[in-house]
Design a binder for this molecule. Structure first.
Ligand code: HEM
Length: 396
């Protein structure tokens, strides 16, 4: 491949997988556009990058989420961008909000949301799956976690869309820059009020838990709390929306899988794990090279920007036999869609829970999903998913 590959080209957004396969074979570490990142595409190299926090720093996220034109952005200061030891301190403070006991407490609420949303899905007529189903569940759950007003769900979506569209902004896109700056201000203002109200009146929610959390006598600072709330909004919402969208796309492509899930709902978790492997919602994560090094036979110099391509790693034939086949019987779950090492996703059990309960509620009602128009692919470097998905859900 002589010309630099553009990860945001329409073809790469619609179906990057054949190109990922070529890269793994011929150029497993190569420079790509936009941004001149070094894309690392083989499974074992991606794991090596994510494991070695001294050589491959998460500061890479800061550069991608806090460019000079944006300046202030709490998301770009969150634990996602920190390395040890600062990362460990924050992680142990927020960990307790995600324990198995906390998830069990949440389960009944998530089930109630899932059943309500599934029951309201119009059957036998074209709907946008994103609007009707994939967005409302994670928005309700994040709203519940943070104790936010449900009437703001539409606004969350705009906030997270904007906060995950920072790196593709080019110097000529001044109007877009202003929109994103406005979003940061608006989200911060809203979340500041949420923090103040929980301080005045503690509630049974995650914000209150976070305000109370202490490790070695230390609590989270206001700036750390704000960054974490931004991270939850971005990390917890769009990722899960994409998981639910990819699930629908796979059920459209494999109607026989929907039949099997209806006959045996115990297969739903396996289905979800295979959707995560086949179409990881987080297709790449950013890292910054801290010292000259070599990976995949390529020398990278200090300061090089790396994209660890989870989307490619999950289709690596060297690791997953017949990797391009969607197969819920494959066995052996990979957790790589949720990252690897110290930044492994805190919300993985919650995301799996949401998807499992949603499909448990939906599968008995729906015989088949069929497309009602082309999906629209999201323009983002780190995420892979659709922004609209017209389909018909045929009643069982
Ligand atoms: C299908 C849904 C999800 C996917 C695919 C996903 C994926 C990921 C990945 C790949 C990372 C690691 C990033 C890195 O190494 O730089 C991560 C981190 C994180 N995720 Fe998720 N995530 C999902 C859902 C959630 C949910 C529902 C929440 C919370 C409500 C959440 C909260 C977080 C947090 C707080 C981190 C940062 C952990 C750290 O820096 O130590 N995620 N996620």
């Amino acid at each position: 491949m002589s010309e630099r590959l553009n990860l945001m080209s329409p073809a790469m957004l619609a179906d990057p997988y054949p190109t990922y396969a070529e890269l793994r074979r011929d150029a497993p570490v190569c420079q790509v556009d936009p941004g001149g990142f070094w894309a690392v595409t083989r499974h074992d190299d991606v794991i090596a990058v994510l494991k070695d926090t001294a050589l491959f720093s998460s500061e890479g996220f800061r550069a991608a989420t806090k460019p000079a034109w944006l300046g202030h952005n709490p998301f770009g200061d969150s634990m996602l961008v920190l390395d040890p030891p600062a990362h460990g301190r924050l992680r142990s403070l927020v960990n307790r909000a995600f324990t198995p006991a906390a998830m069990t407490r949440l389960e009944a609420r998530v089930r109630a949301f899932a059943e309500d949303i599934a029951a309201r899905l119009p059957l036998g007529q074209p709907v946008d799956w994103v609007e009707s189903l994939a967005m409302p569940l994670p928005a309700s759950v994040i709203g519940e976690l943070l104790g936010l007003d449900p009437s703001l769900h539409a606004r969350f979506k705009r906030w997270t869309d904007d906060l995950t569209s920072i790196s593709p902004v080019t110097p000529d896109m001044t109007a877009r820059m202003e929109e994103i700056r406005t979003t940061v201000r608006e989200a911060e203002q809203y979340l500041t009020e949420v923090l103040a109200s929980r301080r005045r009146a503690p509630a049974d929610d995650m914000v209150t838990d976070l305000l109370r959390a202490q490790v070695d006598g230390q609590s989270l600072t206001d700036a750390e709390l704000m960054s974490f709330l931004f991270l939850l909004l971005v990390g917890g919402l769009e990722t899960t929306v994409h998981l639910l969208n990819h699930s629908a796309l796979q059920l459209i492509a494999h109607p026989e899988v929907l039949d099997r899930l209806r006959a045996d709902p115990a297969l739903i978790p396996r289905f979800i794990d295979e959707v995560l492997r086949y179409e990881p919602p987080v297709r790449s994560v950013y890292r910054l090279v801290m010292a000259d090094t070599e990976i995949g036979g390529v020398r990278l110099t200090k300061g090089a920007k790396v994209l660890a391509m989870i989307g490619s790693a999950c289709r690596d034939e060297a690791h997953f036999p017949d990797a391009h086949r969607f197969d819920i019987d494959r066995g052996g779950v990979t957790h790589l869609p949720f990252g690897h090492g110290i930044h492994f996703c805190l919300g993985a059990p919650l995301a799996r829970l949401e998807a499992r309960l949603l499909f448990t509620a939906l599968v008995p009602r729906v015989r088949r999903l069929s497309p009602a128009g082309p999906p629209e692919w999201r323009r983002a470097l780190s995420m892979r998913g659709v922004t609209s998905l017209p389909l018909v859900a045929h009643p069982a």
